[in-house]
Write a protein that binds this ligand. Structure first.
Ligand code: DX5
Ligand code: ZN
Length: 233
């Protein structure tokens, strides 16, 4: 995949019907999703549980775009190979997940996968400054990870701007995750984010048998973000 900073919408299947992931993934892609965001939670790093490598492997044949796997687990390293074998196109690990994020990112890349580093809202931008040569993406969390449908934390906008400046000309995406909707998308896009994760704001009002609202929601988020980028230019 060639790198560019165009706005990409990555619906989080955390807000999908858990009994119907295959058709939900097909529906969001048909409705314009650029990436598919997969939230892996372990009930330890975050206070919620979702799914592990066998489920992610089962999602893969349904994904024709890009499978973006957000690991909210600790430790990370013992599971990297399993998530790579499951077909992850990008694996994002949290800065806060252990003492050796640098080693973790090296291991993800060594396993042949793109690597992302995620930061919780309480972690400063400078935490990732020495990781720039090891990552394809920085994820700035705009909620505390663990649940969908939480309120956007506006104090993270300054962090996005700082990370954007840190990245400079490097081919590194900035992803935001949490509370992204048509009202907050312009803020994060103007601050420098290019990959917008959205769970509840994409899936609301729709279903696999009535996927039109997914498309309307994706288009509304994209238009709001692209409008802000155009105004900032
Ligand atoms: C939060 C997850 C998010 C979540 C976003 O821990 O990482 O991906 O699904 O959900 P919304 O868009 O509903 O805030
Ligand atoms: Zn996520």
């Amino acid at each position: 995949m060639t790198f560019d900073r165009s706005i990409k919408i990555a619906p989080s299947i955390l807000s999908a019907d858990f009994a119907d992931f295959g058709r939900e993934i097909q529906a969001i892609e048909a409705q314009g999703a650029d990436w598919v965001h997969v939230d892996v939670m372990d009930g330890h790093f975050v206070p919620n549980l979702t799914f592990g490598p066998p489920a992610v492997k089962a999602f893969k044949p349904h994904v024709t775009t890009f499978m973006d796997v957000h690991l909210m687990i600790a430790p990370v390293d013992p599971y990297i190979d399993a998530f790579v074998e499951a077909g992850s196109d990008m694996i994002t690990a949290h800065f806060e997940a252990g003492p050796h994020i640098h080693r973790t990112l090296q291991a993800i890349r060594a396993a042949g996968c793109k690597a992302g580093v995620a930061m919780n809202p309480g972690t400063p931008a400078e935490a990732v400054e020495n990781l720039m040569d090891l990552v394809d993406m920085v994820l700035v969390m705009t909620v505390n990870p663990g649940f969908g449908g939480q309120k956007f934390i506006a104090s993270q906008l300054d962090k996005i701007r700082r990370v954007r400046a840190m990245i400079g000309d490097r081919p590194i995406h900035i992803q935001v995750d949490g509370g992204v909707a048509p009202d907050t998308a312009p803020l994060v896009a103007a601050a420098g984010a290019d990959v917008l994760v959205a769970g509840s704001a994409v899936f609301k009002g729709g279903s696999v048998s009535n996927a039109g609202p997914y498309g309307e929601n994706i288009r509304a988020i994209r238009a709001a973000a692209e409008g802000a980028v155009a105004r900032a230019a």
